[in-house]
Design a protein around this ligand. Structure first.
Ligand code: S5P
Length: 265
């Protein structure tokens, strides 16, 4: 069934986690990853309970939760698993391989509950091996999303840098895919051409209302992002700041799913 909607992304994918994502997305008819950027554990629980059915993955910033504690976090991850969600820690690792491996442990112990993490390739390709070693240390599998583009204005990820990231990341089995700029569909089309068919592109910087966000965040149309080659829209404020997060999540789910079906035709 996922093969029918995902086409070559399914048939050419060598990543177990990418297949898991495509299966969850197909089961729930949504290509939404919620950026759960709330700063209290209660706020996070409320969010996951209301929008869980309409999203396929949950993106966290574990270090911005004011009242974080290991017990509450374990409960949060258990609820995410019950809700059939991949857990994605957007830690944006950037250090040398060995330190990145150690940073997967530490107080937050990211390796033990994350399925996906983000990394910059600025320090070189060993970071991917370091992060993969982190998961191996606890007998788990995970996937790395490399930042190939960013949605924030004035960022330094120029086209040459993007090319380097894609060239190195495309061949690495530990790379699940790339973060692309959801606010610029034309740039996404180019990114998809460079990446080819077999790896994921996930895109922040999307919102159904027009205009840009705070502090240099740029937004684009979620449907346009999927049609341009994105496999998942990462939505934060558009859901967690709305008056009715469940209704908003449902809307993003249907827009994203319909765009995927349209892309196949
Ligand atoms: O280029 C990027 C990469 C990421 S991962 N731009 C981003 O905005 N993000 C993340 O996506 C950011 O850290 C935040 O959690 C989310 C966007 O949230 P929103 O509220 O602007 O939708």
């Amino acid at each position: 069934m996922p093969g029918r909607v995902w086409g070559e992304r399914w048939s050419d994918s060598a990543s177990e986690i990418a297949r898991r994502y495509m299966e969850v997305a197909t089961r729930k008819c949504t290509l939404v990853c919620l950026a759960a950027d709330r700063r209290t554990m209660n706020g996070l629980f409320e969010l996951i309970d209301s929008v869980g059915p309409y999203i396929a993955a949950l993106k966290t910033h574990v270090d911005l939760v004011d009242d974080w504690n290991p017990e509450a976090w374990a409960e949060f991850c258990a609820r995410a698993n019950q809700a059939d969600l991949l857990i994605f820690e957007d830690r944006k690792f950037a250090d040398i391989g060995k330190i990145s491996r150690d940073q997967m442990a530490g107080a937050y112990d990211i390796r033990s509950w994350s399925d996906l993490v983000t990394a910059h390739l600025i320090s070189g390709p060993d970071i991917v091996d370091g992060l993969q070693a982190g998961w191996s240390d606890v007998g788990r599998n995970g996937g790395v999303l490399l930042l190939a583009q960013m949605s924030s204005r004035g960022n330094l990820l120029n086209p040459n840098y993007t090319d380097e990231v894609v060239t190195k990341g495309r061949e690495h089995g530990g790379v699940f895919g790339f973060i692309g700029n959801g606010s610029r569909p034309d740039e996404l089309v180019e990114l998809r051409t460079k990446v080819g068919k077999s790896k994921m592109i996930w895109t922040p910087g999307v919102n159904l209302s027009v205009g840009d966000g705070e502090m240099g965040q740029r937004y684009g149309d979620p449907r346009a992002a999927i049609l341009a080659g994105s496999d998942c829209i990462i939505v934060g404020s558009g859901i967690h700041r709305s008056d009715n997060p469940a209704e908003s999540a449902k809307k993003y789910a249907s827009v994203s799913w319909n765009a995927l079906l349209e892309r196949k035709l």
